[in-house]
Each structure stands twice: as structure tokens, then as C-alpha cells.
Design a protein around this ligand. Structure first.
Ligand SMILES: [Fe+2]
Ligand SMILES: [Fe+2]
Length: 192
């Protein structure tokens, strides 16, 4: 059933129905389903209402909607980013063009790979859910412990995931993106 308060595309995505322009292979769909289930569960545990639960699930279903899109289209839509991180900003731009004006949700999708200082609550949880996806094998006790505690322990989880992402880049000889460095720095600051 569609929700009159939500953009039809967001309402459909909350049920796992992706827009016709999505480019998602079957492995990716498993990831999306798992991340969406986790996000909905966290939203419910945090006491958010039905509308927000749908927004959180929709953001999860949509975050990688253009993951397998034609690289030329992604370069055109988000050429200021390097290959591999363009699908987030490209998806956010497409949703905006379709009339979606939910800034928290758009920011969550735009910055889900690199993180960003301006991520709001939905985006901070999506950043974690994308990384901690329970459908992937749990590779460390630390990761299992974070998953078991969340949605409590948001700050600790963000610091760990941000640091892991930076370490992953450095190990491969890549300079971490400034957005990620700034985000990590913010998370390590007072009050976080
Ligand atoms: Fe992604
Ligand atoms: Fe993802």
C-alpha cells in the first residue's frame, strides 16, 4: 500500500520495489535486502514511527541502486568522484530529479561510501549497516560485537568503521578521501 506522506518512489522502495532505472545484480539484491532488514529493525528499536521505519528501509534498498550502472553514465552524473564511489551521488541526483526532497535520506545515499561530517542519523546508521551487512560472513569478533550492540553504541561503531575504511585504503596505497578523513576527525572530537 502506498503512503500518502512519502514520495511514491520511496514508498515502493521501502517494500523492496526498486525504480525501473535501477541497475542491481542478484548478489547486490541480497545485500540490499539484508541492509534494509537491519535498518528497519534499528529504526524500530530506536522507537521511530512507521513513516521513519519506511524511510530507513527505503534508503537501504536504494543506496546501491546504480551500483552496476554503465560507468559512462556514472561518470557523467558524478564525475567529481572517483570510480567506485560514484553510484551513491549518482543515485541521490537521480532521486532528486524524480522529485524526492528528503534531504536526510538523499544525504545518506550520497555519502554512504565515504561518510561525511554532515550525515544525519539515518545516514550514520546506513554507513554502519552497509559495512556490517549481516548477510556477509562475520570476519571478526569486534564486528560481531558491534552488530550485537547496535543500535546502541553508535559513536563507537562509527569510529571503528571509519578507521577500518581509512586503513583499507592505506593498505592498498590509496589516499583516503578527504570526506572520510573529515568524518573520522569529527567522530574523534569532543562530544562524540
Ligand atoms: Fe555502495
Ligand atoms: Fe552497499
Amino acid at each position: 500500500m502506498s503512503d500518502p506522506d512519502l514520495h511514491p518512489l520511496i514508498s515502493a522502495a521501502s517494500r523492496g520495489e526498486l525504480p525501473e532505472w535501477a541497475a542491481v545484480d542478484s548478489d547486490r539484491r541480497t545485500h540490499l535486502e539484508s541492509v534494509a532488514r537491519l535498518m528497519r529493525e534499528w529504526a524500530r528499536t530506536l522507537g521511530l514511527g512507521g513513516r521513519d521505519q519506511k524511510r530507513w528501509a527505503a534508503a537501504a534498498w536504494l543506496h546501491d541502486a546504480l551500483r552496476s550502472a554503465d560507468p559512462r553514465d556514472l561518470a557523467e552524473a558524478a564525475g567529481e568522484y572517483t570510480d567506485g564511489v560514484r553510484h551513491g551521488p549518482a543515485t541521490a541526483a537521480r532521486l532528486e530529479a524524480e522529485g524526492v526532497d528528503d534531504d536526510e535520506l538523499l544525504g545518506a545515499i550520497r555519502h554512504h561510501t565515504l561518510g561525511h561530517r554532515r550525515l544525519q542519523r539515518l545516514g550514520r546508521y546506513l554507513y554502519l549497516a552497509d559495512y556490517l551487512d549481516p548477510s556477509r560472513s562475520i570476519d571478526s569478533p569486534e564486528r560481531a560485537e558491534l552488530l550485537a550492540r547496535l543500535p546502541d553504541g553508535l559513536g563507537d561503531a562509527l569510529r571503528m568503521v571509519c578507521a577500518r575504511r581509512i586503513a583499507w585504503q592505506l593498505e592498498r596505497g590509496h589516499a583516503p578521501h578527504q570526506d572520510t578523513v573529515d568524518f573520522c576527525h569529527q567522530l574523534s572530537g569532543p562530544g562524540e
